[in-house]
Design a binder for this molecule. Structure first.
Ligand code: PEP
Length: 252
């Protein structure tokens, strides 16, 4: 079984000063969490200062997006090699990127390959909209995102997949454990059909969507779930630490 991962996606929140303060407020407690890999993903402008706060700790740093090219005339973009100097992870294909910034499966695919080339671990987000679930198409949509995103990606090394049903993100309406576990089994099956069962079993599968301290246990005890991608609750030090502790207990 892969090591569980708990990642906090701060989205477009916190100034540089606030980010440093938030990271400082949790790093000590997160250090005491054993058996789970904890990742903090602040906004780009705060990566350097948060990296300093995390220096020497077991807490990893992640970015929330990146461009696929190494460098060049791409005004406003941040490249894989820039991130690789301070980050270990990068979130790719988050539904907010897909929805508000026209991120396509093809673009996610280029980014996954670029991340792997520089040794960044991609946390690849997949998930269906409510209408797609209601139309009975959830599994088809997620399988499509995964297959297209992983086209030509030869190895699963470093890969992390986060299943985040879009209707559960930031709504307070988390998926039921049955939905989460069923979809995770499906995701594992898709990975297995692409990479074979052995490699597929090495990929950590995270659930994301309104994870909070009071519901995290329901997800962490599911056989196919290896951690969580946490949005809103990762902006509260006590909540994020509690979630990380729950994940650690479930995986011990
Ligand atoms: C997310 O943004 O990835 C997320 C899961 O957000 P929230 O936990 O707030 O639903």
């Amino acid at each position: 079984m892969p090591i569980s991962i708990v990642a906090g996606n701060w989205k477009m929140n916190t100034t540089i000063v606030e980010a440093a303060a938030l990271a400082s407020s949790m790093v000590g407690d997160l250090e005491e969490v054993n058996g789970v890999e904890v990742v903090i993903c602040p906004p780009f402008v705060s990566l350097a200062v948060v990296a300093e706060v995390l220096r020497g700790s077991s807490v990893a740093l992640g970015a929330q997006n990146m461009h696929h090219e190494v460098k060049g005339a791409f005004t406003g973009e941040v490249s894989p090699s820039m991130l690789a100097t301070i980050c270990q992870f990068v979130i790719l294909g988050h539904s907010e990127r897909r929805q508000f910034f026209a991120e396509s499966d093809e673009s996610v695919n280029r980014k996954i390959q670029a991340a792997q080339r520089v040794g960044l671990r991609p946390i690849v987000c997949v998930g269906e909209q409510l209408e797609e679930r209601e139309a009975g198409r959830a599994e088809q949509v997620v399988a499509g995102q995964l297959r297209a995103g992983l086209e030509g990606v030869a190895r699963v090394e470093g890969l992390v997949v986060a299943y985040e049903p879009i209707w559960a993100i930031g709504t307070g309406m988390a998926a039921t454990p049955e939905i989460a576990d069923g979809m995770m089994a499906h995701v594992r099956g898709v990975l297995s059909s692409v990479y074979g069962p052995e490699q597929a079993s090495d990929v950590p599968l995270l659930y994301g969507g309104s994870v909070k301290p009071d519901n995290v246990d329901e997800f962490m005890e599911l056989p196919n779930v290896n951690g969580a991608l946490v949005g809103g609750a990762s902006l509260d030090s006590a909540s994020f630490v509690a979630i990380a502790h729950s994940a650690a207990e479930a995986s011990s």
